[in-house]
Design a protein around this ligand. Sequence first.
Ligand SMILES: C[S@@+](CC[C@H](N)C(=O)[O-])C[C@H]1O[C@@H](n2cnc3c(N)ncnc32)[C@H](O)[C@@H]1O
Ligand code: SF4
Ligand code: SF4
Length: 439
Amino acid sequence: MRGYALLYGRHPSEISIIDPSHAFLLALCDQGLRATEIAFIYGYTFGLSDEDAKSQVDLLLTRYRQYLTFAVRHNRSERFMPQKFLFPADTLCIESARVGKWPVPAGINITLTFSCNFNCSYCYQDRHQTTDRRWNFDKCRDLLDEAADWGIVFVGFTGGEPTLFDGWLELVERTLMLGMVPVLTSNGVVIGTDPNIPLRLQAAGMEEMTISLDVSSPLLHNRITQSRGHFPKVVDAIRFLRSAGIRVVVKSVLTPMTLPVVEDTIDFLVNLGVEEIGISYMEGGAIKSSANRARNVTQEDLVRIRERIERKQAQYSKICAIHSPRKADEKWNEREWHPCGGINMGMSIFPSGEVSVCDKMHGVEAFTYGNVFDSRLKAIWNGEAFAMLRERCANRKLIDQDCANCSKVDLCRTSCFVDSFNATGSYLGKNPSCGGPFF
Ligand SMILES: C[S@@+](CC[C@H](N)C(=O)[O-])C[C@H]1O[C@@H](n2cnc3c(N)ncnc32)[C@H](O)[C@@H]1O
Ligand code: SF4
Ligand code: SF4
């Protein structure tokens, strides 16, 4: 045993291999001990002077603060203790983790259904895809049980609209009961029809969920979602969730239609008690998605909107965290490198049973590496098809030459395949947001 993997999220930047002594320190946290007591035990165990023990522990507590903050936020429940995020790692495991291959993915993402009650103009999903007739509640429940046994931490539920799937609520409850963290994103219509749903979620231990809402006007909402009369339900969903004590994050997508009213939307959401708003740039999507045909905002618009959002961030700094869309024309530099975690840390599972690296890539054969109707999750993750896919994505002869010469390629594997495809026509093209290669 040479080390531990510390896992905070699904993104490669949130994962580190740490020394066993650091793992030991983290295991002492969240047990009711104070920093001075931790320093005493740590110093005693490793034969350090009081002074050395204190300074080392201070340093390590600062270094691992994000993990400890996470633990404190969720300390009502045992599964969020930091040691649950520590994975014992043998030499082979550490070596493969260094090139982005983990023994267990941090999360699985289940597209419960391709269907939706909205038809958002910007949607990145192709909602006209095939579902296997065996895809049902029982199959999804079995997948959750398998994931929990295997050590999965996060379970994403998405769609289409996940709450249209028969039994979605029971699946979320089961995820919590099994000690995993559900990551649920919904358009809110179903949740807004029944205040008991948030109460059930809360009783099961749900602490946070994401509702998508882009505007504060019913008419504009109709136009964006190409549906009629759902706006009050979405607002009710936020209200019910808040009353049940569930933290609501709202995700809004910036489009030419939402751009002029961003301030109104923020004011409206803050007044509803929303504590976090993520305003995102409209990304490209699945090959047949409407996102790829929709009119997007311009770079000039983005610069101006960021300034306008900054003013709102300052106004509401104490009550709501507001995230601006990323600067789409700004390239990552070496220190701010944002590779996609899909191929390293997650499995996307579809109603066809197929497993792919990303929920935007259903049906892209070259990136489909298994089917849950044929094999178990663990066998798919450790299987030959996935090994070959990973090999292809770092094969210097196949990938972009910048990537082939880049020191990060084994962890990055050219990053977001969908962005690369939309920009270059090749899934193995260099990510358009990357300022690399890095050496
Ligand atoms: C595909 S939806 C599925 C879940 C659910 N139907 C919903 O809308 O919340 C997941 C999230 O992606 C966002 N989204 C959809 N298309 C997008 C795009 N082209 N760019 C950025 N975000 C997008 C939605 O607003 C939503 O927050
Ligand atoms: S973004 Fe969500 S709500 Fe809108 S059409 Fe896509 S799946 Fe449906
Ligand atoms: S050059 Fe390619 S491999 Fe290197 S960081 Fe950029 S996208 Fe990733």
